[in-house]
Design a protein around this ligand. Structure first.
Ligand code: PBG
Length: 339
């Protein structure tokens, strides 16, 4: 061999490589031809934060580029989702502190913030599916997903409230209900109640494997639950050390009537996504949660990471792990790049 690297010493001729994987990486067209996994706009669910009143969007400091929006601004977001081809948006309410109560009565009101938003979005952007969150935390004076008595999170009493919440959302026109509370028995209770009143077409995407994670911090700022929350959620959300338990939870929720299941958070739990998809073969979603978004968007804001590249790479990883789609705050930005 000649050139800047010099000749191989005499007698050291190494055999030619039998496999040259680099052949198929030589050009963009060859790489495209053999790519195993693709990300498309069809894979995205866009979580949005809604607040009451007609005020301007309020940026969330710990989630650069994300804001709490008025109903009118959420409608504009839904219209944007529709024109970008994003299949679904997911609504999370910011409830004013003075409206938080111990019984969380606002959750089953037909005229609460979320239900008014569902109706407005369905009227303006009928092609976009509307997903909701079913859990008490934004409405709860304790910041917990369930009722709290003497420091205990009550399971069955909470499930009864969640059923009323689910029915109100179904009446408002929600397409996908997302129970995120991790109480036992809520999927079966909600499914039976929906059937009983003629909402058999409403879909349930269960937050089946939801871990007690520190990556939800920025979300709790966004929905105004950080200040209220006393203690942690470890008695109802999963232990981050567990994996077999995730499979048992998914089996249970499917058996109770879930149509789709979710793993949450996302990127630190891709092993769980893979196991769930392989074991059950059902529509499986991951939630790239607020803390994951904050890490990537914050680093990009500082110039430490390339925003668009890490965004698309992180989203593609969910597909490669077996997910059918991903809830991500990057949805509109990713959709614009994916065309
Ligand atoms: C509440 C809920 C949470 C998230 C979605 N639904 C927070 C929590 O469980 O404390 C987190 C989403 C995110 O961090 O982006 N039931």
């Amino acid at each position: 061999m000649t050139g800047p690297f010099g000749a191989a010493p005499a007698g050291s001729d190494s055999p030619r490589p039998r496999h040259r994987f680099r052949r198929l990486r030589r050009s963009a067209s060859l790489r495209a031809l053999v790519r195993e996994t693709r990300l498309s706009v069809d894979d995205l669910i866009w979580p949005v934060f809604v607040k009451d009143g007609d005020g301007a969007d309020e940026p969330i400091a710990s989630m650069p580029g994300v804001a709490r929006r008025s109903i009118g601004s959420v409608v504009a977001a839904a219209e944007e989702a529709q024109s970008l081809g994003i299949p679904a948006i997911c609504l999370f309410p910011y409830i004013e502190p003075h409206l938080k109560t111990e019984d969380c009565a606002d959750v089953w009101s037909d005229d609460n913030l979320v239900n008014r938003t569902i109706r407005a979005v369905k009227a303006a952007a009928p092609d976009v599916s509307v997903m909701t969150d079913i859990a008490l935390d934004p409405y709860n004076i304790n910041g917990h997903d369930g009722y709290v008595v003497d420091g205990e999170i009550l399971n069955d009493e909470t499930v009864a409230a969640l059923v009323r919440m689910a029915l109100a959302q179904a009446r408002a026109g929600a397409d996908i209900l997302g129970p995120s509370d991790m109480m036992d028995g809520r999927i079966g209770a909600i499914r039976q109640a929906l059937e009983a009143v003629g909402h058999q077409g409403v879909t349930i995407l269960s937050y089946a494997a939801k871990y007690a994670s520190a990556f939800y911090g920025p979300f709790r700022d966004a929905v105004g639950a950080s200040g209220a929350l006393k203690g942690d959620k470890k008695t109802y959300q999963m232990d981050p050390g567990n994996s077999d338990e995730a499979l048992r939870l998914v089996a249970r929720d499917l058996d109770e009537g879930a149509d789709m299941v979710m793993v949450k958070p996302g990127m630190p739990y891709l092993d769980i996504c893979r196991r769930v998809k392989e074991e059950f073969g059902v529509p499986t979603f991951a939630y790239q949660v607020s803390g994951e978004y904050a890490m990537l968007a914050g680093a990009a804001q500082n110039g430490w990471l390339d925003h668009d590249k890490v965004m698309l790479e992180s989203l593609l990883a969910f597909k490669r792990a077996g997910c059918d789609g991903v809830l991500t705050y990057f949805a509109p930005q990713a959709a614009r790049l994916l065309g």
